[in-house]
Write a protein that binds this ligand. Structure first.
Ligand SMILES: NC(=O)c1ccc[n+]([C@@H]2O[C@H](COP(=O)([O-])OP(=O)(O)OC[C@H]3O[C@@H](n4cnc5c(N)ncnc54)[C@H](O)[C@@H]3O)[C@@H](O)[C@H]2O)c1
Length: 264
């Protein structure tokens, strides 16, 4: 077990990548604090972990509210005595062209998807540095490496998460704390599947055509990367971002000039 007896906290763990990671951490031996504003979904993940013999607790937290971030970290430390692994993962994203995004939507995107990652990191570091031990894994995205149409606010937070990861890593490397990011590609989580299933299937087809592997990621495939980064197997890895995207960012975006593409 790669995370035996570690105490972990995952934000946005009621669904998608966070839920898959919570269950993976538990299977690897960690106690898991499932943090989310979705109480029903979060408690369901906790029940599933406990049914599998794991240790988990739910804490309600809207990470867009700094006081709730503080309470969430305090909950983990009070309940389990310390915090070994923090996985910042929850997100909110206002969609719209850069010239049209509403100020409130932009602000909430930054609050939940960037400020909360920093503030949870700050709160966790206060405890981690006293023991000179800790691992922080931030969910960034390939959308932090390049831009998407109508997702400028999202592109901005994810790029920020990558450099927050680096800044945390270099400043706390000699205090025993590692900080890394995962950059998922298109992953089959509920919000994305709701969009893709709402149309006539054309969008799903076009997305799969753009991915060299020809398919979306399963959330478990992202959770596997997070578990690696959180574990001692990654003991010399810090300040890194790991791309798990089926090859999409390995492509320049050019169609095959010489008449060939992913299928040849
Ligand atoms: N699905 C993808 O294709 C994809 C690709 C790249 C990166 N990501 C990133 O992965 C992470 C997880 O996304 P997902 O696709 O699993 O989404 P999801 O909607 O399945 O899960 C997100 C969870 O975050 C929770 N949440 C939202 N706002 C919150 C808040 N203010 N406080 C606490 N919890 C809150 C939601 O209730 C939900 O349970 C996000 O950071 C997202 O940007 C997803």
């Amino acid at each position: 077990m790669r995370l035996k007896d570690r105490v972990s906290l995952i934000t946005g763990a009621a669904s998608g990548i966070g839920a898959a990671t919570a269950k993976t951490f538990a299977r690897e031996g960690a106690a898991v604090v499932v943090a989310d504003l979705n109480d029903e979904g979060g408690k369901r993940i906790v029940d599933q972990i406990r049914d599998g013999g794991g240790s988990a607790e739910f804490v309600h937290a809207d990470i867009g509210q700094p006081r709730e971030v503080e309470a969430m970290i305090r909950f983990a430390i009070d309940r389990f005595g310390r915090l070994d692994v923090l996985h910042n993962n929850a997100v909110f994203a206002a969609a719209g062209h850069v010239g049209e995004i509403a100020l409130e939507g932009w602000q909430k995107t930054i609050d939940v998807g960037l400020t909360a990652y920093w503030y949870a990191t700050r709160c966790a570091l206060a405890e981690m540095v006293t023991r000179k031990r800790g691992a922080i894994v931030n969910t960034a995205s390939i959308s932090g490496l390049a831009a998407d149409y109508m997702l400028g606010a999202y592109n901005t937070i994810k790029a920020g998460v990558i450099n927050l990861t680096r800044a945390t890593a270099i400043e706390y490397a000699r205090k025993g704390i590692r900080c890394n990011a995962v950059c998922p590609g298109v992953t089959a989580t509920p919000p994305l599947m709701a969009i893709l299933n709402s149309g006539d299937g054309t969008m799903m087809k076009r997305i799969c055509e753009a991915i060299p592997m020809g398919r979306l990621a399963d959330p478990q495939e992202i959770a596997n990367v997070v578990a690696f980064l959180a574990s001692d197997e990654a003991s010399y890895v810090t300040g890194a971002f790991f791309v798990a995207d089926g090859g999409i960012t390995a492509n320049t975006g050019m169609p095959g000039l010489l008449g060939t593409g992913p299928e040849w």
